[in-house]
Design a protein around this ligand. Structure first.
Ligand SMILES: Nc1nc2c(ncn2[C@@H]2O[C@H](COP(=O)(O)OP(=O)(O)O)[C@@H](O)[C@H]2O)c(=O)[nH]1
Ligand SMILES: [Mg+2]
Ligand SMILES: [Zn+2]
Length: 216
């Protein structure tokens, strides 16, 4: 009998072990950690830049950025004055817990109320990787099609909140926002829903209130 090695299982078990360690570290530091996931271009960085700017006086917030290459997003975040670390995953299409653990010495956790982790833009495998976060927030935009939640259900199942962004574009699109949110709820009824636009400011107050309530 040839020996079968279950690579995926082993990799994920190892990841969960590191993530559990991270979760303890985050709890000890009293920092609330959110893992933002979406397809590329949904608007994660734009939402973070806006949030960091608007809540600057209320909370101490830091960011870990994940992209395959470049520090473009970290530069956008740094312009707000918030501390930021960029992880370049090179060939990997998601962040894993060991990458976050490696970046952690660069982050002053005790000085933070919130740590946002912007994952690599990808609606598939980031769903399988626990980063020790309090919760995942899945961002979808009005330009993506209403049925993404049923096409990529795992991401919507493992997330605690769904943010529909770019609502300012709705008048120009055939996108049905109610149908999209119903689609998300059909996959995961527990998802906390947000509809907002970073451009017009619509819906941001609800997002900020929810964040404020998550503070440890
Ligand atoms: N009209 C509009 N454009 C947005 C909004 N949020 C983000 N964008 C644009 O969408 C593009 C991708 O945004 P980005 O934050 O880089 O997405 P990410 O890849 O998820 O980080 C950029 O050109 C943003 O200016 C929004 O609320 N309204
Ligand atoms: Mg980004
Ligand atoms: Zn991946």
């Amino acid at each position: 009998m040839p020996k079968i090695i279950e690579v995926k299982k082993n990799v994920l078990a190892k990841n969960d072990e590191i993530a559990a360690r991270l979760r303890q570290t985050f709890a000890k530091a009293g920092v609330t950690v959110l893992n933002l996931v979406s397809s590329p271009g949904a608007g994660k960085t734009a939402l973070l830049v806006k949030t960091l700017t608007d809540l600057k006086e209320r909370f101490r917030m830091g960011v870990i950025e994940g992209d395959q290459r470049t520090a473009n997003d970290a530069e956008r975040i740094a312009a707000t004055g918030a501390p930021v670390v960029q992880i370049n995953t090179l060939s990997a299409c998601h962040l894993d817990a060991s990458m976050v653990e490696t970046a952690l010495p660069e982050v002053d956790l005790h000085g933070l109320d919130f740590l946002f982790i912007e994952n690599v833009g990808n609606l598939v495998c980031p769903a399988g990787y626990d980063l020790g976060e309090a919760m995942k927030v899945v961002v979808m935009s009005t330009t993506e099609g209403e049925d993404k939640p049923v096409k990529y259900p795992k991401m919507f199942r493992v997330s605690s909140a769904v943010v529909l962004t770019k609502t300012d574009l709705l008048p120009h699109l055939d996108f049905d926002a109610d149908a999209a949110m119903a689609c998300a709820r059909s996959v995961n009824p527990a998802l906390v829903p947000f509809r907002l636009s970073v451009k017009s400011g619509e819906g941001l107050a609800q997002w900020y209130d929810w964040l404020a309530a998550l503070r440890r």
